[in-house]
Design a protein around this ligand. Sequence first.
Ligand SMILES: [Cu+2]
Length: 483
Amino acid sequence: MFRHRLALCLFPLLLLLSCAKESQDLPDWTSSESASVEPQGEETAILTHAPEVPPPIQRSHPSHVRVDLEVREEVGLLADGVEYTFWTFGGTVPGPFIRVRQHDVVEFHLSNHPDNKMPHNIDLHAVTGPGGGATSSFAAPGKSAQFSFTALNPGLFVYHCATAPVGMHIANGMYGLILVEPPQGLPPVDREYYVMQSEFYTAGAFGESGLQPFDMAKALSENPDYVVFNGSVGALAEDRALQARTGERVRLFVGNGGPNLVSSFHVIGEIFDIVHSEGGTYPNQRDVQTTLIPAGGSATVEFKVDVPGTFLLVDHSIFRAFNKGALGMLKVEGDEDEAIYSGLQAEGVYLSEGSAIQHISEEENSESAAPRTLSKAQRIEEGKRLYTQNCAACHQLDGKGIPGAFPPLAGSDYLLEDPTRGIHAILEGLEGPLTVNGQLYNSVMPAMQLNDEEVASVLTYVLNSWGNEGGEVSPQQVAGIRK
Ligand SMILES: [Cu+2]
């Protein structure tokens, strides 16, 4: 690359000018600093939890940087009502974002909390050395280990646990990102965020409540129940969405912890102006719709947000997004720019294509209803589980839907005026123009494969949740409409 550009620049003035312009548009992060620059001073790295990113490095020289990370095995939420025993770096999935400078000498301290049951270590892809540090950082519960490395190459690197069985340690949540900045730093932007995709393999199907153990057979066949951003379903949705204002430049540091799947990373309604693919420093692409992020790899994407709205982050292997959790949100506030985008209808066009997606729960496929008599409270309880499994991917766990795409069930004037409309929607599906709380939707809801009991329960749950006015739907009512 360097030689290529040098050759070009040796051509006459005109070409020289065009070279200068090109490097201005696509700032190259590779550096010319020599590896022999001596580090000066000592400091402790600032670590941040996703989606936050530590501030840019201001130093004009490399330094001695200490990183302290503690491994903790903790039960947390994988989705609403779904618990999982995560193995974590620093108590979160993904682990903290580490930001250092090229040629920094990093002194890495890994400790393994005394309450943990397993030994762990760390392999940072930013390390030049055996095991990426794994061979030196192995620590039994209650112990710690340390090693040092010089960050020779700039770039955005994945780190992960590499203790046998490696796949299981990664599958349980042990990964994160480390950014090695080039000496000149990265070009300034208005917002930087940390997003990491990964999969979870649980004994129960997507949404099945309770503490879910890891399922080795599903992991071996690379068939996850969950594909998520930042460690859980909804970690980047609604009030946890990424934020920006119109006119700002956004940089996403996106990692993929795997353990198995490759991500087709896409932001619905945006185009990446610049992509540094595979975590490298050379800005190799511009005007990209979807970028491929390998398992154990990363990409940096940058784009300017021009118009307000909710932009969905997805893995464009699209069932993962709408059925397994790989859905985040970037909420952009600010003034409309009608020259760039106007009108709500155009979104519906996209969505009627997108919503050919459905989640059909595997266990519930209308085994015929041996008549059961559930109390209203039991029905609500049962309905909550069914809702999480069958409806939440579109209507969201909080029932608020997604503006322009999936109408709300919380406070829906359409549904509350006549709850039997909900029965029709579930049994027959629903399509065509529809106004809910003054908003027009023109999309498709597929018919759901639920039996009468299940339809009654899920609707009773909806009617009694999120401030809705209450009420009950009986299996007999459903049976009447099914005929
Ligand atoms: Cu581990």
